[in-house]
Design a protein around this ligand. Structure first.
Ligand SMILES: Nc1ncnc2c1ncn2[C@@H]1O[C@H](COP(=O)(O)OP(=O)(O)OP(=O)(O)O)[C@@H](O)[C@H]1O
Ligand SMILES: [Mg+2]
Length: 469
């Protein structure tokens, strides 16, 4: 057993947390035109309208989220700061629609440039050329001297959670194709690192809290898969939050340090039975099912103590347990409307049976892509949701609202109001996660170091200034 050494909370309610999700979308132009169009050109056309109103392809939106073109011509949407998982899911789903809403304009621009074609945006993590792009989770945690050790203690959980929160994928190898839990697992290079370009860690330890640096760190988890089904996103973020809460409360953790994380994450990903064992630093071998069950039991043992029991906590624990049971029993019926990897696996195996083809058949690859297509017409998850075959967590109205409106209970509310008002009044402005400023004004930059604070007289003054000038 290893104690986790956390300083006692200062002035912040320890049960409150800021969450954020960053999604890089795969961008593909489907066109019969022989003229080569680079991905950068397609992204440029897609973002034309954004550049027109925002004067940049890197903007903060009226809903306080960030939208930009990331390296490799990937559109990226980073949700505004949320302090509830339902707000986060609504913000995340709103992002799919915000990027999809750019498609018609992008296709029109392409036509004007002489290229007929359909732009596809995929919320997935790998393209056909073998490139990987991410879905990054952000959890605000209290600053501590031993942050690296603290982050390391999360790795056994992160390595094995893919058996419930993975997106699932067809993996093609020279020996043939098989189904795996996670498309991202094969692209991880190390456990922790502060660099993202030269290495691909599971947790990025770059010290950039976007908040008061004396109090906080941002736990930047970059090992996760992009998730389509709302319950999968709830479980991915919710289970991680629960484990972090226990770690932050100085509770004693079970000793699960892995001997070789990179080997373990790959072994777990490629064994759909959940029975492949991973080696622990102390020489024991456990299955991913056993490791995840240990975390579920740990969380249960803290219910009513460190973890306040709420309907949401119960829902997370219930889905988590059903997910682990599904792998253990190899009966997916208990989760096949909620967990991405199981939903997709059912689709693929049924279609494969119907076609009588091998798993590496191109038609199954297209089906897999359609699962991640964010288009309401082409996307399979939208269709399955409409048929009640994929469960939802947040009401439709909440997603529609989140497309234009920031979360009410965090700093995002201030940014959202500022961006909305500045755009309405035609003022230039500069904004990032912690700063707000009217461009060219002599007024000072407003620095918002507390991400929990949703009211601020200085921002009210800025809004007044926008209304007057
Ligand atoms: N104090 C905070 N704690 C936790 N998450 C935060 C905090 N402030 C902002 N976030 C979230 O962190 C994410 C930052 O997204 P962004 O894409 O700008 O990431 P980055 O890691 O700063 O930069 P990049 O992607 O360019 O490397 C957003 O989802 C945002 O909501
Ligand atoms: Mg980012």
């Amino acid at each position: 057993m290893i104690p986790t050494d956390i300083p006692p909370p200062l002035d912040v309610d320890p049960a409150r947390r800021i969450f954020g999700l960053e999604t890089e979308f795969g961008l593909h132009l489907d066109s019969a035109d022989s003229r080569a169009v680079t991905p950068e050109e397609v992204a440029g056309h897609l973002f034309h309208s954004v550049v027109q109103w925002g004067r940049s392809s890197n903007v903060f939106l009226p809903n306080a989220s960030r939208l930009y073109i990331d390296v490799g011509a990937h559109p990226e949407y980073a949700t505004a700061e949320c302090d509830s998982l339902t707000d986060l899911i609504a913000m995340d789903k709103a992002g799919e629609r915000i990027v999809q809403d750019l498609v018609a304009g992008g296709e029109e621009r392409l036509r004007a440039a002489g290229v007929d074609g359909q732009i596809h945006l995929y919320k997935n993590n790998t393209d056909s050329a073998g490139n990987s792009y991410g879905c990054h989770e952000n959890y605000l945690v209290r600053r501590r001297a031993d942050f690296k050790a603290f982050a390391s203690a999360l790795l056994p959980f992160l390595v094995t959670r893919q058996i419930v929160t993975g997106a699932g994928c067809i993996t093609r190898t020279p020996q043939g194709a098989h189904y795996s839990f996670s498309p991202r697992a094969d692209h991880m290079w190390e456990g922790l690192s502060s660099a993202t370009t030269r290495s691909r860690p599971m947790i990025n330890t770059r010290d950039e809290p976007h908040a008061n640096a004396e109090l906080y760190r941002r736990m930047h988890v970059i090992v996760g898969d992009s998730t389509m089904a709302e319950p999968t996103t709830l479980l991915k973020m919710g289970a991680t939050d629960l484990v972090l809460r226990i770690m932050e409360a100085r509770a004693v953790l079970p000793e699960l340090t892995l001997a070789r994380e990179m080997q373990a994450i790959r072994d777990v990903a490629h064994d759909l039975t959940g029975q492949a064992t991973v080696e622990l630093a102390d020489g024991r071998r456990l299955t991913a099912v056993e490791v995840q069950q240990t975390y579920i039991d740990l969380v249960r043992s803290h219910l009513g103590g460190v973890i306040e029991r709420t309907a949401e906590v119960d829902a997370i624990l219930d889905l988590w347990q059903r997910g682990v049971d599904a792998v253990r029993t190899q009966d997916l019926s208990g989760v096949e409307t909620e967990l991405d990897w199981a939903i997709k696996y059912r689709l693929i195996t049924r279609y494969q049976e119907r076609l009588g083809c091998a798993l590496d058949d191109a038609r199954l690859a297209r089906l897999e892509l359609a699962f991640h297509d964010v288009s309401p017409e082409r996307g399979l998850v939208a269709k399955l949701q409409a048929q009640g075959l994929v469960k939802r967590i947040v009401p439709e109205e909440a997603i529609v609202r989140a497309m234009t409106t920031a979360p009410e209970t965090t700093r995002a509310r201030l940014r959202g109001a500022f961006v909305t008002r500045a755009l309405e009044s035609g003022h230039d402005f500069t904004v990032d996660w912690v700063h707000l400023k009217i461009a060219g004004s002599s007024g000072t930059t407003v620095l918002l170091k507390d991400p929990f604070r949703s009211e601020d007289a200085r921002v009210d003054a800025l809004l007044d200034a926008l209304a007057q000038s």
